[in-house]
Design a protein around this ligand. Structure first.
Ligand code: SF4
Length: 486
């Protein structure tokens, strides 16, 4: 459902956060494949809340159910019973970064070619999608969706006469950008694919029954009680079928560019991604922030929940006590109210309420993981000022977001990123803060504890150095955005 057409307007708190692209899950040949896939995508719900879907391969065909909304809204016991059986299955949760938010664009996508069916789920953005789609349409392809993910299936079936493996190799060699795919064939084969730069996480696990599982994050493995085996290598294709599991590496090695923002914000703190624990990394970001920008105060507090773990690290390093001085109302999701500016402020306040007794007359340090438009932070700080907080210092556990993401994360265009329009000093004044400090890029890289982090991470939204070139029209768009008056 398109948000603007929806009378149940999301409160604007959500609009001022970066949104995740998608979560993918797959399981090979299990007696309760659909149910485990349901739990898998349930665990990945934070990666996309617009639509959910599950496809199962049974009796040499693929059955699929998908719908708009949360996993718990799209599936019920009846639906799962209809899909259940001893099969392979894949699942998806989506937030749209390309294509409209409609049921047509919900995944899995299923196609039939010469009597065989294939289903695919995708996390990421294919950055040469525009030219590939134009080329395919000139050759006669008809697209059912406006999603870049559909291009994968068109390229794949075009090469199938040489077999599945050859088709996979030919397909991924044509794609550029960020992609973690899971593919299911009507014979029940399961395939995991990661792009050569390794932008998005995709891991392999194994159930006690010996069956393999693929998932965007390890929190999904935990829920289905699968043991983590490893993260897929950048550029790796893993094929799971009756003969076991095998890997192909069809690309020449390029510089690894794992999305560093997965650690800062997107991934669940109980997950391990790219071989590192997210919770501990976020705490390390907070500790680094405390070393880089110490300040005297009575308490350290997060804007929950995104700032929680970095705030714990900041408090630990600084020795200043940690308090949850703003409490989230977990039962506020949507409101009927039209988003006029005054109602926007009201919507933000509905979500968080300050604990007055902790805050009145105090000097505080607020920890947040990022500032995108700044509207939410401004409203929250205004609330704290009105309450009688004495001094408000803000520390951000990432560098300023000055550039849009083209690899599957929905940051606003550059013009909407407040840090691209204002200096840190100007932003501090705009937010009515006593001091504002962003974590340095070097500090961010150091806190990941990855060897040679400069050659392992994409950090383009912070420094504008995009590791993969875009389609010419996307580059043009990007240049236009970069040159736009701000
Ligand atoms: S630009 Fe930022 S959000 Fe996008 S992939 Fe790179 S690090 Fe991640």
């Amino acid at each position: 459902m398109n948000q603007s057409a929806n009378p149940f307007i999301e409160t604007t708190d959500a609009e001022d956060r970066p949104r995740e692209a998608c979560g993918v899950f797959g399981i090979y040949n299990h007696p309760e494949a659909a149910k485990l896939t349901y739990f898998g995508i349930y665990a990945l719900q934070h990666r996309g809340q617009e639509s959910a879907g599950i496809a199962v391969a049974r009796d040499k065909k693929i059955d699929c159910h998908k719908g708009m909304g949360l996993v718990s809204e799209v599936f019920n016991a009846e639906r799962l019973d209809w899909l259940d059986g001893h099969y392979s299955a894949i699942g998806h949760v989506r937030y749209s970064t390309t294509g409209d938010s409609t049921l047509t664009n919900a995944q899995p996508f299923v196609v039939t070619h010469r009597g065989k069916s294939y289903a695919v789920v995708h996390n990421g953005n294919i950055v040469n999608a525009y030219s590939l789609k134009r080329e395919l349409e000139e050759e006669g392809s008809i697209f059912q969706t406006t999603m870049d993910s559909e291009i994968f299936l068109h390229l794949f079936v075009k090469s199938l006469k040489r077999g599945v493996e050859e088709a996979l190799i030919n397909t991924v060699r044509r794609l550029k950008g960020a992609y973690s795919f899971v593919l299911l064939t009507s014979r029940g084969e399961l395939v995991g694919i990661k792009d050569p730069n390794g932008f998005r996480p995709l891991c392999l696990g194994r159930l006690t029954s010996g069956d393999y599982v693929l998932a965007s994050e390890t929190c999904a493995l935990d829920l289905v009680e699968a043991v983590y085996i490893r993260e897929l290598e950048p550029g790796e294709i893993v094929i799971i079928d009756d003969s076991g599991i095998r890997s192909i590496h069809p690309h020449e090695a390029v510089r690894r560019s794992c999305c560093i923002f997965e650690f800062i914000y997107f991934a669940r703190p109980d997950s391990n991604i790219f071989g590192q624990n997210v919770y501990q990394t976020r705490k390390a970001l907070g500790r680094q922030l405390a070393r880089e920008a110490p300040v005297e105060a009575d308490l350290v507090m997060p804007f929950p929940d995104s700032g929680n773990y970095a705030a714990l690290g900041y408090a630990e390093e600084s020795g200043i006590s940690f308090d949850l001085a703003m409490i989230r109302n977990h039962y506020v999701g949507r409101t009927f109210i039209q988003p006029t500016q005054s109602m926007r402020d009201f919507g933000v306040r509905m979500k968080l309420n300050p604990v007055k007794d902790l805050l009145v007359g105090k000097d505080i340090i607020i920890i947040e993981d990022s500032i995108i438009r700044g509207t939410t932070a401004k409203t929250r700080i205004k609330t704290l000022r009105e309450l009688g907080v004495k001094r408000i210092h803000m520390r951000i556990s990432s560098p300023p977001h000055r550039y849009p993401c083209h690899y599957g994360i929905d940051f606003s265009s550059r013009g909407e990123l407040v840090a691209a329009r204002k200096t840190v000093e100007e932003l501090g004044e705009y937010l009515d803060l006593d001091s504002l400090y962003y974590l340095s890029l070097d500090g961010l890289l150091a806190a990941t504890k990855v060897a040679d982090p400069k050659n392992n991470f994409c950090k383009a939204c912070f420094d504008g150095c995009y590791p993969v070139k875009f389609d010419s029209n996307v580059s043009k768009m990007c240049l236009e955005q970069a040159n736009a008056p701000i």
